[in-house]
Design a protein around this ligand. Structure first.
Ligand SMILES: NC(=O)C1=CN([C@@H]2O[C@H](COP(=O)(O)OP(=O)(O)OC[C@H]3O[C@@H](n4cnc5c(N)ncnc54)[C@H](OP(=O)(O)O)[C@@H]3O)[C@@H](O)[C@H]2O)C=CC1
Ligand SMILES: Cc1cn([C@H]2C[C@H](O)[C@@H](COP(=O)(O)OP(=O)(O)O[C@H]3O[C@@H](C)C(=O)[C@@H](O)[C@H]3O)O2)c(=O)[nH]c1=O
Length: 280
């Protein structure tokens, strides 16, 4: 299977490159700020499947760069998906828990109404809608709280902060599923294989289990890393940020289990591998 990947150095793109033989296009070869150029890449390359692992992921910065985020996360995936549809090949795309408002405590299912609380979430929702409207066979994998040994993520932020601090305030009322990038890559590759064999695709939730608060995630990071840190759990209202985050990011992962046989990943086991890779 010839797999074309948009993204090269990001967390998921890096894991895709490690786990399979893929043609990965970095920003130098495919700038998502130029959707037509990305579509032209899909048209020109002789791929069997396309996976988009590139995105504008700076959640707070997106509040002041919402036009750029909309082009990269909304218009570019839509253009790629149209080009893939024209070639008759499956298009796999990644979305986020941040398309949901975060109200209540019930786990979100795929058919729940979306209502993003911030500009990043709105741009990702535009991408979902564009990919669906393209009319080709596609999969949209909504995931959450991604971490790996590469790129920027919460695990690496916590480890960095622990070098200069012994106490941290971390929000305790946002609950979700930390997800290892390696498991997302494995899920995408399994879905690509199934779709090449005729699976219809669709929208699926895929997040780490068990659900946890950012504060308890931080505590587990420090416990596994053997670092003595005091984590004070605080309410979101005591940690003001430019972008609002959903309080409830729990995602129900039953559908992907039923349709593809893919289980929600155990994030504590994934964390232990990532810390090992980081030499911690
Ligand atoms: N990170 C997270 O916690 C979550 C991520 N997701 C989604 O998962 C997917 C993968 O995310 P993740 O691997 O964490 O992303 P990263 O933030 O690790 O990497 C993003 C990648 O996108 C590339 N990129 C950004 N802007 C452009 C552009 N204009 N043109 C080309 N490439 C660009 C970056 O390139 P460069 O290195 O050159 O900047 C980088 O390689 C995304 O769709 C994201 O929205 C969903 C839920 C949670
Ligand atoms: C560094 C830090 C963060 N926080 C809070 C802020 C925020 O509510 C939460 C997580 O912070 P971050 O900024 O690392 O995470 P954030 O960038 O919001 O992560 C999101 O990224 C995008 C791309 C997604 O799609 C989401 O699924 C999610 O993973 O932790 C603290 O409470 N204390 C701290 O010291």
């Amino acid at each position: 299977m010839r797999i074309l990947v948009f993204g090269e150095s990001g967390q998921v793109a890096t894991e895709l490159r490690h786990q399979a033989e893929v043609t990965a296009l970095g920003r130098d070869l495919a700038d998502l700020n130029d959707p037509d150029a990305c579509a032209a890449r899909v048209t020109a390359m002789d791929a069997d499947v396309v996976i988009n692992a590139a995105a504008y992921t700076a959640v707070d910065k997106a509040e002041s760069e919402d036009e750029l985020a909309h082009v990269v996360n909304g218009l570019a995936p839509a253009a790629m998906a149209r080009a893939a549809a024209a070639r008759g090949i499956p298009f796999l795309h990644i979305s986020t828990d941040y398309v949901f408002s975060g109200t209540g405590a019930a786990p979100w299912v795929e058919s729940d109404p979306v209502d993003p609380p911030n500009a990043y979430g709105r741009s990702k929702l535009a991408g979902e809608e564009g990919v669906r409207a393209a009319g080709g066979r596609h999969a949209i994998l909504r995931t959450s709280w991604v971490f790996s040994s590469h790129g920027a993520n919460f695990v690496k932020t916590m480890l960095r902060l622990s070098e200069s601090r012994d106490t941290l305030n971390v929000v305790e009322d946002q609950i979700g599923g930390p997800t290892p990038a390696a498991d997302i890559a494995a899920a995408l590759l399994a879905m690509a294989k199934a779709m090449q064999a005729g699976h219809a695709g669709g929208t699926y939730h895929f997040g780490g289990t068990p659900w946890v608060s950012w504060a308890d995630f931080a505590r587990e990071i420090f416990a596994q890393a053997g670092r003595k840190m005091v984590v004070n759990g605080i309410p979101t209202t005591d940690y003001p940020t430019p972008a609002a985050r959903p309080l409830n990011s729990r995602m129900d992962c039953t559908a992907i289990q039923n349709d593809f046989g893919i289980s929600a990943p155990d994030w504590k086991a994934g964390l232990s591998k990532v810390l090992k890779d980081l030499g911690v």
